[in-house]
Each structure stands twice: as C-alpha cells, then as structure tokens.
Design a protein around this ligand. Sequence first.
Ligand code: ADP
Ligand code: ZN
Length: 757
Amino acid sequence: LFETAPPPWELAVQDDVATATIVFSEAPHGPYDYRIPDEMRDDLKPGMRVKVPLGHRKKAMIGWCTETKMGSSASRTLRDVSEVLDDDPLCDAHLVRLVMWMSHYYQAPAGQVFDTLIPSSVRSNAGTRERTYFKLTRRDIEDELIESLPPKQQQAIRFLIMSGRPMTSAQVMIGADCTISPIKSLEKKGLVVSEARREMATSTPMRWQLDDGETETKHELTDDQSVALGKIKDAVDAEEGKALLLHGVTGSGKTEVYIRAIEHVVKFGRSAIVLVPEISLTPQTRGRFERRFEGVAVLHSQMTPAERHFQWQRIRRNEVQVVIGPRSAVFAPLPRLGLIILDEEHDGSFKQGTAPRYHARKVAHARAMSLKIPIILGTATPSLESWHACSTGHADLISMPSRVGNRPMPDVQLVDLKNRDDRTSGAISRPLHQAVVDTLEENGQIILLLNRRGFATTIQCPSCGHVVSCPDCDMPLTHHRDGGKAVCHYCDYTIGTPPWCPACRFDGIRYGGLGTQRLEVEVKSRFPGAKVARMDSDTMRRPGSHQKVLSAFRSGEINILLGTQMIAKGLDFPNVLLVGVINADSALHFPDFRAAERTFGLVTQVAGRTGRGDRGGRVIVQTFSPEHPAIQAASRHDYEQFAHDEMNARRKFNYPPLGSVARIIIRGGVEEVTESTAESLVRHFESARDKLGHEVRILGPAPPPMSKLKGKYRFHILLQAVASGPLGEVIRTATDKFVIPEKDDVQYVVDIDPMEM
Ligand code: ADP
Ligand code: ZN
C-alpha cells in the first residue's frame, strides 16, 4: 500500500526560451510545451490556468501550468501562451507535485486531477462579484488645480485624497455627498482611474448553529490516551513523515486524542486536516472540534458553491487551524499543514467512485510523506491495508484496547435465523422482539440496523416469476411505499409501482425482500407505544434533517432509531442499551474479496453504539451464518483473530494488501462492440506484460455483477500482481497506444486499488 514510485518526468534543457508545460482535463490531455511571451514571464507560475491554442481548434483551450522553465524539450517551434487566467497560483508547489503523483499513480490525466483538487466553485469564482474602484492617478495633485474644479468634483477628489486608498463609486458618493457624474468627469480629466476588482460577495462564513447544548470538557486523559498522544507528539516533533495506525475500540476516546494532537500542532502555528466519512460528519462531531478550536472550517456536500469558495479562500489565507470534511478535504490548501487525521480510516467512502478514482487514505499518506508530517489512521476496525502496513514497518501501531472508564464491551448474542423457533413471519426474531420489549421497559433506547433502504427489495410476479427491473441497469427495482414508486437504486430511474405484472398481466404482484421502510412498518406495529424514527438516504435528503433526528434521539423523544449504515457510525449516546442487526449476511454474500471485512466492520461499528453509559448495553445479531469466521470474530470483539484469518485467506490469491489489483471498466452503447474492445484491450495488456517481463495475472473481460448500468453495457478486466509498480507499468504501456475509434462509442477507465469488484 504505502510504497510510492518517484514521478518519472525530467526534461532536457535545449535553449533559452521560457517555456511552460500545460496539461488539459479533456483529450488530448498533454502535457505540451508552450512559449511564454516575455511580458508574461513574471506572471505565469505553476498551478495557474492559462489559455492556449491547441491543435486546429478555433477557440483557445484552458489548461493548467505544471512547470515553467528556461529551455524546451521540443526542438520544433512552440506556440505562445495566449493568456494567463489567474493572479495567484491555485495550487502551491507542493500541491502541484501531489497532482503529478496522483496522475501517475492513478493513471488519470493531470488536468483532470487539477480539476478535482480545485473545486469548481473556486475555478468559477462562485459568490464573488466584480466591483469598480476609483483611485487617484497621482498623489501630488496641486491645490490650485483642485480649487479650479467645480465644487462637487472638489469634494470627490478631496475625499479620495483623505481616504488614501481606492474607493467604490458608492463609497465616494456617500463620503463626498455627490452623484456619479463628478467622479466620471474626474476620470475624463485623467485625475482618477477606475479598476475592476473581484471580491467575495459575502463576508461572513456560514456557521452551523451549535444548539445541541453540549459543553466540551477537557478530560483527564486515560493511560491509553496518554501513551497514544505521546507517540503522536513524538512523530510531530520528529518531522520525518510517519503513518500511525490508532487502533482503538469503539468508545476508547480516539476523538479526544485527535483534539490533543491538533492542539500540539496548532501551538507551533501549524494546522490540521481531519477526514471523516461523509455520513459521520454529524453536528456532534463538528461541535466537539468547534468548541475546542478558534478557526474551524467544515466542508460538506450541502454547501453552496459560494460557501465552498469562501471556505477555500479562508483556508488558503491561513485563517483556519482545523479543516474537517469528507474525502475531498484531503486537498484543503492549508499553507502550514502539520498533521492529517483519517477517522474511521477503513471507511469505503474515502474512495472516489468516479475518475480520478483516488483513495483519500493513499493521497493523504502521499501528502503527509512529502511534507514530512504524521498521518493518523484512527479506527476500531482497521482496513487490512493499514494493518498489514504495520507488520511491514510502513506504519506504527498504537492500540487503545479498552473503553474509557473501563466500561465493558457490550455482550453480543447471535440469533441463528435457520432456527425455526426463533424466526417470525417478519424481520424481527423472537429473541430480538423480547429484547426490545425489555429495553423499552427499562426506558432504554434502541438502534436497529438494516443495510437496505426502501420498502421491498424486489417486485416479483408469483405467477410467471417476472422481476420488475430497471431498463438501463438490469437491476431489480425497489418498491418505495411513499408515493407507490419503484426506484432503481443505481440510477434513480423511477416509475409508479405496477399494480399487475407487466409481463403476464397477473393481478397480484408481490413485494419480496426487506428494506428500511418495511422494517419501520413492522416495528411500529410490534411496539405501538414506542416513538420510532427512520434514518436512511431517503429520509435524510433535506439539509438539517440528520441533525433534527439525532437531537430528538439525544433528548429521548425517540425510543427506537432504525436505519442503514448511516446509524452505525460515530454516534455516542449513553442511553442506547440495545443494538439489533437485522441481517448481518446482507454484505457477506457479495462476489467481492472484501465482503468479510465489510461484514466484520459493520457489525463491530454498530455494536459500538451501545454500552457507552453506566447502564451497559447488549447487541443482538440476526444471521443465517452464525458460524462464519467474520461474524464469530465480530461477536467476540476480536479484531486480531479476524485480521489473522482474513489475511490467510487473501494470501492464497494474492489479494490486497498482499498484492495489487487494478480494474479496467469498459463501457459502451452496443454490447458486441464493447465486448470486442475489451477483448482487444486484454490482448494489449498481455503483450505489454510479456514485453516487460512482469508477472501480472490478467482476468476477463467479464460482465460485472451489474453488467448494464445507466444504459451502458459494461465489462471488467482485472489485473493482479504482487506489487503496484509493475502493475501500473503494464497498464500504462498497454493503454498508451490503445485508441478506440470514436464511432465505436466505447470508453474505459482505469481503477487502481478498486474498493469493489
Ligand atoms: P471513540 O471515537 O474511540 O469511539 P470517543 O472519542 O467518542 O470514542 O469517546 C467516547 C466517550 O468518552 C465520549 O463521550 C468522550 O467525551 C468520553 N471521553 C473521552 N476521553 C475521556 C477521558 N479521558 N475521560 C472521560 N471521558 C472521556
Ligand atoms: Zn437503473
């Protein structure tokens, strides 16, 4: 995981023209060299955007400058840069290097990586406006000249002299009590000039209201916490770049350690990035940081472009000590970054699902190493990548094996759904039902996890067996009760749920499977006295709804909170005495080598939501496979046993982290053409492998579990090798020369270190 190849670009100097290397986000991606006209030499720096001519295009293209130098690698004559678009670089030299590393490692065009690094709100100057300022052309305007002017012009010019800096027309009009016309006259006489400036339209950051009534106490650290903090401080002081895996059970007090570590960094005038999974960016989490630090910038997906731009500018001006946000916050342009923290480092949301398909853990690590600062990976269930990095010496392990106050880990009881005596006609088994009743009686709160939203997962005709599916994705549609809709969870294709079978017209279509909506109906009817709330991406669409449900749960207004994995993470409510996992197998039977890791993680995380108060807590896990090693290990809170078993299983096939995997996704409108393109790509990989003499396994092309997605046919090719270097080289060599005719309408993307198969 953690070895990184040095970027292979070196250019020979041939003559003394100033040249700029430019890359583009659209094909052709470059890099191409351009001559810098003399008058732009002082203005153009790496990390700025330029306009340049490209090919036979009529319009100039926008590109990113990665390098300026004297001399050029090209012997032919170069074209000129037409225009420099930015006054200041949007990326400093360090971030430009990060872009080049990402482009190399993830095999993504550098221009596309720049566009990912710099939010579109920044590139488009969102929330800014252009204002006209007036200023004197010279300081030493003679008194006689001023006195010869009409009275209003005199007032205007005296006001500008007095204020001593450029003023907007509105400011002059108020300050000098005049209209716009005397100002215009002064401009005509050459005494005043106007200049346009771009500035933020809003001047105050949007802060969430911290109305959760909490106070942040600075706890006396536990022994585990002190040891952990000491190791982190040592790594900060050593200034040598180090990865630290903070393996702390749920409730061991990791957040307090993060906060102290950041305090240590801030003391020296430096700043920190805290990356969290998007859905665990709760008001509770932000509150804990905002109460302890002055300048906190929280980045999240519901910001307006203007807010995003505003925060970005604050961060770049060094006004912020801590940046908290999901995946993309890894690019926050803090000028004096001193520490990066990934909380819940195992979380799948750190991997971007669209190109460039980067993993924030990997990018954060690269950034930390190049700045010689530590990166802390915090979690109760380490990714096997990070665990393995500890055993190979690429990371240091810090353990916090017990909960704060030595609270016991909750008891986990497995309910075998194969057992008829425990099963009911619904989703809730007899033992879970009884546990809910008991907990409600004790005035305790309950969390129920079901990792699938909607009402029913399949809509099937009992007469002919037809399953109502998405025409674009070939996936079964999910029935949603509100509005009687059938929805594709991959592309959002929506129709009214058909009352009879679309294939055979049988009147009596059936809803099978189970989603959170159906669970909600069942829970409400089983426990009519309880207040129930559901939390999934359907009920949490509106900004603030998350916060609302959580504060109602905190205040005890809600007895039972049910939902998808959204509720599994980060919540810290001492009165939760029972956690129920409705179906632990839902993630287990996926054709993916990480299925067991996901299952272990999910069960452990949700179990960690209970037993946080003085009254203890218990967990009931319903499963058809209680003997499965991942579920067994999760029920005993035994990460090490799980990691040991799982590592052995992966070793057999060289699956990550013991080997490297890349996935090529080929998409096209016509099935045969897409498949034959994929086959020819495989042949290119094979010949590159043979030419380079690397040992790389090439599998496919095969249709993935979802072979048709959003109206496109898909094929996957899988490449496997012992190390990422040779694997990358084979892909680079093969794809360099691989051109698909435009008429074929086939595209492919390279997915390095894919998180799903
Ligand atoms: P984790 O992130 O490891 O699950 P948290 O950081 O959420 O754990 O801490 C769990 C609870 O323990 C929180 O309510 C926190 O305020 C509290 N806590 C943390 N450190 C201490 C301490 N040293 N003494 C007392 N309480 C603490
Ligand atoms: Zn679809």
